[in-house]
Write a new protein. Sequence first.
Lengths: 537, 166
Amino acid sequence: VIEKLVENWLTSVNELGFQLPFCEVLLSKGYHVLHVSSHGPGEHGKDIIARDSLGKLWAFQLKGGDIRLSNWREIRGEVEELVRLPVIYPGVRANEHHTPVLVTNGTIVGDARESITRFAQKWEADGSMLLEVWAGRELLAQFLEAHDRFLPTKLNDVRDFVDLYVGEPESRLPRAKLSRFLERLVDTEAIGRRPIHAKRAIESMILTGAYIIQQYEGVGNHISAAEGWTVIAASILHTAQREGLQENYFLDSLQLVWGALERNLGNLEREVLDREDFFERRLMLADSTVYGTRTLTTFGWVATATLLRKLRDEPKEIPKNSLSRIFRREFKNLKVATEADWPGIMSICLFLEQINYWPDADRLLGIWSEVVIRANYGKNAQGIPSPYWLPERAIAKATNLLPPDEDEQFGGKSFTLMSAMDMLVRRLCRQRVTILWPSVSRLYACDFKPDHEEDWFLWSCEKGELKAEEQPLEVSWNKWRSRASRLIKSNVPTLLLRYPEWLLPFSLTFPHRVNRSMSALIDSVIGRRVQVVNDPD
Amino acid sequence: LASQTHLHEGDRLSFHRNDGTIVPIAIENHKYEATIHLDEFREKGLAAAVGIAEHLRTEMAQDITHKMITEVSDACEQIGNTVGGPDKPLSAEVILEGLEKMAFDFDENGEWIRPTFVIHPSTADAFKAQITRLDTNPELRDRMAYLLNQKRITWRDREARRKLAD
C-alpha cells in the first residue's frame, strides 16, 4: 500500500513539489546538499548542488513528467548549461568537474532517449562529465530505499498515512493528527537509540510528511503547508533533543525543511499582496463565519514571514506600505475565536512595531486583553476557548456544530492574558495596565509546562504540570517590570534558543505551547525586550 | 456550580492561591463496570446497549458528585467553615449562619450573585420552605438585608484593593 502511495505521489507531483523530498533522498545516500535552487537567474540549470560521501561534486536538474523528444528539445539548452557550465558556489573550485544528472519523476519516451544519449556523449567528448539520467522507476526505487525500514508498517499508522494523504487539502491541515503520526515514525521503538538510525528515521519521516504536505501545496493552501513543514521541523527537534543528537545528524534536514517553509511563506505573501480581500468564493455564505478568523490567521503568518526576514537579516525589503494598507483595510474584520489566536496577535503586534506603528501594536494588545476579560465578565460568562481549541473547533462550538460531550467550560481563567499584560508592562503602558488590572486579577492564570524538554515539540505530552494561579489583588508595577524583563533559560526549550527562526512558526502551529515563558521568549528574540538569564537572581 | 479545568495533557494540575498555598490535584483512575447478557441483547437489540450506557452514566455522575461533595466537606471541616449538625436541624437561621461564613460576589451593578446550594432531594422541600421564611419573616428579612449590606461593603473594600501600585 505504502509503495503504491509513494508511486502515486511521485508520478503526480511537479518538479518543485519533489525538490525537497529529492534532497532528503540525497541526504539518505550520504550526500551533503550545498545549494537548493530558488529558481532565480544565474543558476545555470543547477537546481541542486551536492557533494557525495567521497567529496565528489554533483549537480541535478529536476523535471516533472515524461520527457518526449519535443520536451527534450525545449529543455536541451538548460540541460546543456547544467552539463557544460561550471558550478559557481562558495567553496567550489572554479575548474572543479561535476557530474550532471537530469532527474525526472516521469519516463524518457521514444526517440528522446537516443537523442539525450547522443548529446551526453558529445558533451563528454568536449570535456564535460557524462550526463546521467535518473527517471521513473529508478527514482521510485531510490525514494523507497531512502525510507529504509522507517516507513509506517503498523496498521493504524498506515491508515493514518492514507487518511492524511487523501485528506481535504483545501481545508485546514489536521495538525494534531499529523504531529502524532510523524511522532510515531521517529519514536524510540523505531530508532533504537543509535544516532545513525535517528538520522535515517528523520529523513524518512520528512519524506513521508512531504507526501502529505505536497497535497496542500498543490492547491495553494500556503498556510496549511507552512504549518505542515513546521510540524515536521518540530518532530526533528523532538528527536534531536530526545536522542541528544549532534547537529550533523539532523541540521541538513532541518535546513531543507526551512527552505520549504520559506517557499510557502513567500507564496502566501505574494497572494495576500495581490488580493483585494480574503474571501473564498467557493465557500459562499459560510465564509462570513470564518472570515475574521482566516484574516487573523493569515495576518499572523504574513507578519511572521516579514519578521523572519528581519531576524535572518535577509535583504528583501519589507513591503511596508502594501502590508500596512492591507492591515488597515482588514483590521476591523479580525476576529478572535480562541486563545489559540494569541501567537498570531503577538506576531502582528511585533510586525506593527517593526514598521513603527507603535500605538496600533499597543492597542491590539489592549484589545486582546479586553476580549479575554469581557468573555469572563458577568455571572454566566462562558470565557474564551483555551489554546488547546484550534479555531476550527472553536467555530464549530460557536455555531452549535460541536457534539455536547466535546464541550468544555472556560470561564474564570485564561492561558494568555498574563502574557499580553507582560507585553504591555514591557512597553510601559502603565495607564492601560492600571485600568485592566482589577479585571485581570479576578481570573486564574493557567500555564502548562512539559516535564521533559523534548516534549515541548510534541502535540501533547504525558508528563507535565498545568498550574492555575490566583492573582494578587494588588501588584507592584516596578516589581512586575523587573520580573517581565527577564526570562529564565530553563523555562524554554534550548533548541528554540539555538534555532530562533523556528520560534514564530512553531508558536503559530502549536499555539498551546505558547505559555507565559514562550511569549517572553518571542518578545526577547523578536521584540528585544526580554533578557534571557540562567537563573532567577 | 464550580469552575471546571480540563487537563488536555500532562499528569498534574495545581492551584496556586494568593495566600501562598498550593492545592495539588491528583489524577485518579475510576473504573466502572456493566454486564450485558447475550439473551438480553438478542431480545432488546440496541436498546440494551442504551440501557448499559445509561447505567454507566448514572454511576459516573454519582461517583463524581460524591467525590466533589466529600472534598468540599472535608475542606470546610478543616477550616471550621461548617454550620448545623445533628443537634441543629435545617432552618432559616442555620442558612443565615452559613451565609455569614461565605464570601459574597456581586456583579458590575452591585447585585448579589447568589450561590448555588447543593442539597439532598429528601431535604429539598424543607430547604425551600426555610428560604421562603428568609424572604417573608420580617426579622429574618432584616437580618438578611443587613448581612447583604455588610457583605457588599466587604466586597467593595476587597475590589478597591485590586490595583497597580508603584
